[in-house]
Design a binder for this molecule. Structure first.
Ligand code: MD5
Ligand code: FE
Length: 201
């Protein structure tokens, strides 16, 4: 199944097979350096994040982390997965899509993410998102304002969401996860989200 929430915003429920989900969870476990990001306004994000390719900081990307350590490499296989997902979402080849950033967010039972736009990338190429583990309520808003109207959709383990075209700068967030909804066989207590992006740098 395929659902287009707005032009360019496509939800592919259960697109990842269970073995693929397990491999992605294992890959996420292998990446180190997860931490809470501190925001310029003094707040601290409740998710724990790690970046591949480029390090995200509010509000830009750098080649080193705050600690001066190098950023983990962005693996070729992850770009391949992104191109397959994008092609499935838009029903056309995506060989030109070359994401060079992966932002991995871990949500424990209490973590959430407020409504925001992803506008720290210099490129407006699509963002591809993979959900793993606990389901969540995903709030998809509009491009104009941080507020209504918005649509709440449940994102479950294995779902892909693509944001491109007119929806690329839409406000979005995660008001809550649904703790305990992950398949125990996945071995993940919480929710992981991987977003692939093009830095334009
Ligand atoms: C998440 N992550 O589930 C959420 C939503 C983030 C972020 O928002 O910035 O890491 S993933 C869905 C998403 C990603 C990028 C853009 C848009 C939605 N969008 O433009 O609506 O951890
Ligand atoms: Fe975002």
């Amino acid at each position: 199944p395929r659902a287009e929430l707005a032009p360019g915003a496509v939800h592919l429920p259960d697109w990842l097979g269970f073995d693929e989900q397990r491999e992605l969870v294992a890959a996420c476990r292998g990446w180190s350096g997860y931490r809470h990001t501190r925001l310029p306004n003094g707040g601290v994000m409740s998710v724990k994040s790690v970046c591949l390719g480029w390090h995200w900081y509010p509000y830009g990307y750098s080649r080193t982390t705050g600690e001066g350590t190098p950023v983990l490499p962005f693996p070729d296989w992850l770009g391949d997965l992104g191109r397959r997902a994008l092609a499935a979402a838009y029903g056309r080849p995506a060989e030109g899509y070359a994401p060079d950033i992966a932002l991995v967010n871990f949500y424990d039972a209490t973590a959430k993410m407020g409504l925001h736009q992803d506008k720290d990338e210099r490129s407006l190429e699509p963002v591809v998102s993979f959900s793993l583990g606990d389901a969540c309520v995903f709030r998809f808003g509009n491009t104009e304002t941080r507020g209504r109207p918005y649509t709440d959709v449940e994102l479950r383990s294995g779902d892909v969401f693509v944001f491109g075209g007119p929806s690329r700068l839409a406000y979005h967030g995660v008001p809550r996860t649904l703790p305990g909804t992950a398949d125990p066989a996945l071995g993940l207590d919480g929710r992981l989200n991987i977003t692939l992006r093009v830095s334009g740098l």
